[in-house]
Ligand binder design. Structure first.
Ligand code: ZN
Length: 390
């Protein structure tokens, strides 16, 4: 009831809202933080991706109901699409699935890329071992900051284990391997700024208009938003392992409200992007040749992070000469908790460090591994270093 009142207030707030957008855009332009224009600002095509389907039920929730994640994801997806079509007849809406069918993850991304969509919205529901976990979270691609985010992405990526020809379709990516996830985290998307912008709109709407607990915009290596070539987000509507949220998300009203929140986020995003596009002094013709991976513009200024390869750890000091390190040069020593650690090479990128590690392993240091240091030469977690250089 409470939510309904808020919803009806929405239309009355519209003029102020448009003014707010214009002011907001002005501030952005003055601050000249407008992301480099990499796609057309006009949003005409959207792909909505209902998670799971067919033989993949998604998460089973509390187990009190027959309805699982796949059904809620589909219902909400179809509602989002219907709202968009109704309000914007010129926008083409495509679904990766519009019925209870199993669609491999790689086909979902391929579908969106083939359609040359301007926005990709993947819809899922969360689950956790503790019933108390609840709230809505919206994800964009990137390295996970927390174990929980990583765990969630890993869980969703495992849908591919139900597919055939894994090697062929995923280039040997193993959803169970931590290294695979790190490499997935390193993928760059030219549209990360737009993805973050849309993700924030979704979270704002879910919190302010539907009263959902805001778990924030997060980054995690979800496969399905890492291989699309347009702004892409994955919405975890809520936790089906929480009774209250499961009841809400199974209800028609809950599905309506969450779908309309995503629709309103779309409307705001579309309006903002088009105002920004209008404000561009030079119109750049889009040649449709979007690329999945762009070189990371920040790679050259990695905020002081240095990657090295640890060869060995010893309680006794080892003289620093190549003869003592299987011929490897540029080895340095540092003391840590009474142990002498010997590090090889130095590079500002993780890719570079992986090459150094390969060299060290070929020289005979089978257990050589990559370590990272911050600008003050303090050892930092690899995950944090990737975050800083990403
Ligand atoms: Zn899911």
């Amino acid at each position: 009831m409470d939510v309904k009142i808020q919803l009806s207030k929405w239309s009355k707030k519209r003029p102020q809202f448009i003014i707010a957008i214009i002011l907001f855009s002005g501030i952005i332009l003055i601050a000249s933080t407008v992301p480099k224009k990499t796609s057309k600002g006009v949003i005409t095509r959207v792909v909505i991706d209902a998670g799971h389907g067919g033989k993949d039920p998604g998460n089973l929730g509390t187990g009190r109901n027959k309805v699982t994640e796949k059904t809620i994801a589909l219902n909400v997806s179809l509602k989002v699409g219907a709202y968009i079509k109704e309000a914007f007849p010129d926008v083409e809406v495509y679904y990766t699935r519009d019925d209870d069918t199993f669609i491999p993850l790689h086909e979902r991304t391929k579908f969106a890329n083939t359609k040359d969509a301007d926005l990709f919205i993947s819809i899922h529901c969360d689950a956790f071992t503790r019933e108390s976990a609840k709230g809505t979270g919206t994800y964009v691609m990137g390295a996970a900051k927390t174990e929980a985010n990583l765990r969630m992405a890993q869980k969703e990526n495992k849908a591919m284990l139900l597919e055939e020809n894994l090697d062929e379709n995923y280039g040997g990516f193993d959803p169970n391997s931590p290294e695979g996830l790190i490499e997935l985290s390193l993928r760059q998307n030219a549209h990360i700024h737009q993805s973050l912008k849309f993700a924030k709109e979704v979270q704002d709407q879910m919190r302010d208009r539907v009263g959902r607990i805001d778990r924030g915009v997060r980054q995690a290596p979800y496969w399905v938003i890492s291989f699309t070539t347009m702004p892409s987000v994955l919405v975890e509507l809520g936790f089906l392992t929480n009774k209250e949220e499961e009841d809400f998300l199974i209800s028609d009203q809950g599905q309506d409200y969450t779908a309309s929140a995503i629709y309103r986020a779309f409307k705001t995003y579309k309006t903002t992007m088009e105002i920004l596009d209008e404000a561009q002094p030079e119109k750049v013709e889009n040649d449709k040749s979007k690329e999945a991976i762009q070189p990371n513009s920040e790679t050259n200024t990695p905020k002081g992070v240095i990657f090295k390869v640890q060869l060995l750890s010893s309680s006794a000091k080892v003289e620093l000469k190549p003869g003592n390190f299987k011929g490897l040069e540029n080895v340095i020593e540092y003391e840590d908790n009474g142990m002498y650690k010997y590090l090889y090479g130095s590079t500002s990128t993780y890719e570079g460090a992986k090459n150094l590690q390969k060299g060290a392993r070929q020289s005979g240091y089978k257990g050589a591994f990559v370590v990272a240091f911050d600008e003050h030469n303090n050892r930092i977690a690899l995950e944090k270093a990737l975050k800083l250089t990403n």
